[in-house]
Write a protein that binds this ligand. Structure first.
Ligand code: SF4
Length: 389
């Protein structure tokens, strides 16, 4: 049996793994309580700090947040009772099967080591942060959203119902305590990137202040000499002169995520972002960041599958020709989101056309997809870019 390292480095398995991830992201996977209970002490469990794509699952039950496929490709698991895909253990191997035919073997991702430790105040570090994919530290500064509080949340998002009063996540996190978490993760785990995200505030300057306070508090407690190696995602501040602070404080890849395209769809699906920030403000702020960073460092992420493929491609093209790297997560139904299950399964050809087009743009403009295939668990941008699909 391959060691974990050999399994991750098994490059000959990557094409099959990419195809399996494609299936997993479209269809999700059925629950398997017996298997999950058996391995619950050894896998990294879903910690429900922002989103919940697990239908019919009690959040107190341990379910794996992701799996890793041969060659080191990581896929998110979304549990859907009617999926044609299930997980099973057979002959000492863990297998992914679709319509009872084997697609691939898989392994669970281990829990991050830093989850064993507490902050100085004695609070478990899992309440603050998680590991996203194989080795990307991830936390939400605010595991909530004021747009949702006033009924203007993005229609695909479930943050306020995911993080309910029974959930032990710290909702508003203190910069000092986040710096402790960064020290623990740096010391006990082999982290390669970081992702920092909001929740949004109606007062955009307050949201920006919170982010800058956290960035300043943590940047010297990470392994990258004061850099924030990864993505900080938020809405832009009202005061655009402050955008330079992201660059000055060492953030590698800031993003203001547009989610959908064009403006009419943005206003429909992201009413809070539209009302309290504005489509044009996001565009002008992204362009302003490009004047500091140059082309290919500033990101804007989308949700693939909500608007037509033509609209998505137009949004990708607009971003790319303005120096901004477009990316997309594949839409999955979130429990208690406004859209819920109404969109059904996202079409295979839509996903293929979108990421093929993204690859064309990345090559044309000399961009790279975000992170890599062991981190970007809800996207196939890396797998298409690598030519695996
Ligand atoms: S801005 Fe939209 S996506 Fe972000 S937390 Fe609020 S509702 Fe969710």
């Amino acid at each position: 049996m391959k060691s974990f390292k050999e399994y991750i480095n098994y490059s000959a398995g990557r094409a099959l793994s990419a195809n399996t991830k494609f299936n997993l992201l479209i269809y999700g996977v059925r629950d398997n309580s017996e298997l999950f209970d058996k391995y619950s002490s050894s896998f990294k469990e879903e910690h429900y700090a922002f989103d919940n794509g697990n239908w019919g699952i009690d959040k107190k039950r341990a379910t794996p947040t992701e799996i890793i496929l041969p060659g080191g490709i990581v896929s998110k698991l979304h549990i859907r009772p009617n999926s044609p895909i299930h997980l099973e253990e057979s002959g000492g191997s863990l297998l992914i099967c679709k319509d009872n035919k084997e697609l691939s073997e898989f392994r669970f991702l281990p829990r991050p080591n830093f989850w064993k430790y507490q902050t100085i105040k004695g609070i478990c570090s899992k309440r603050y942060a998680q590991m996203y994919g194989l080795n990307c530290l991830n936390f939400n500064i605010y595991s909530g959203c004021e747009f949702q509080n006033c009924g203007k949340g993005c229609k695909f998002c479930s943050v306020n119902s995911t993080v309910d009063k029974n959930n032990p996540i710290i909702v508003k996190k203190d910069p000092k305590e986040l710096s402790e978490i960064c020290q623990l993760a740096t010391y006990y785990d082999d982290i390669d990137y970081i992702i920092i995200t909001g929740g949004s505030y109606i007062d955009g300057n307050k949201e920006f202040d919170n982010h800058i306070d956290v960035i300043k508090a943590i940047k010297n407690h990470l392994p990258w000499n004061g850099r924030i190696k990864g993505n900080v995602s938020m809405m832009p501040p009202k005061d655009s002169s402050r955008l330079i602070e992201l660059y000055e404080n060492g953030v590698d890849n800031p993003s203001f995520n547009m989610e959908v395209w064009p403006k009419s769809a943005f206003e429909k699906f992201c009413p809070g972002k539209a009302q309290f920030v504005g489509f044009d403000k996001i565009i002008s702020s992204l362009k302003q960041l490009v004047t500091y960073y140059g082309s290919g460092q500033v990101w804007s992420n989308f949700v693939a599958g909500i608007v037509s493929i033509e609209d998505m491609k137009a949004g990708f093209q607009f971003m790319a020709e303005n120096g901004i790297v477009p990316g997309a997560n594949i839409y999955h139904a979130e429990v208690n989101s406004a859209i819920g299950k109404s969109l059904g399964i996202i079409d295979y050809d839509y996903i293929k056309e979108l990421y093929s087009y993204a690859t064309e743009l990345y090559i044309k403009y000399n961009y790279k997809p975000y992170f890599n295939a062991s981190i970007l668990r809800n996207s196939l941008a890396n797998e298409f870019y690598e030519g695996l699909l």
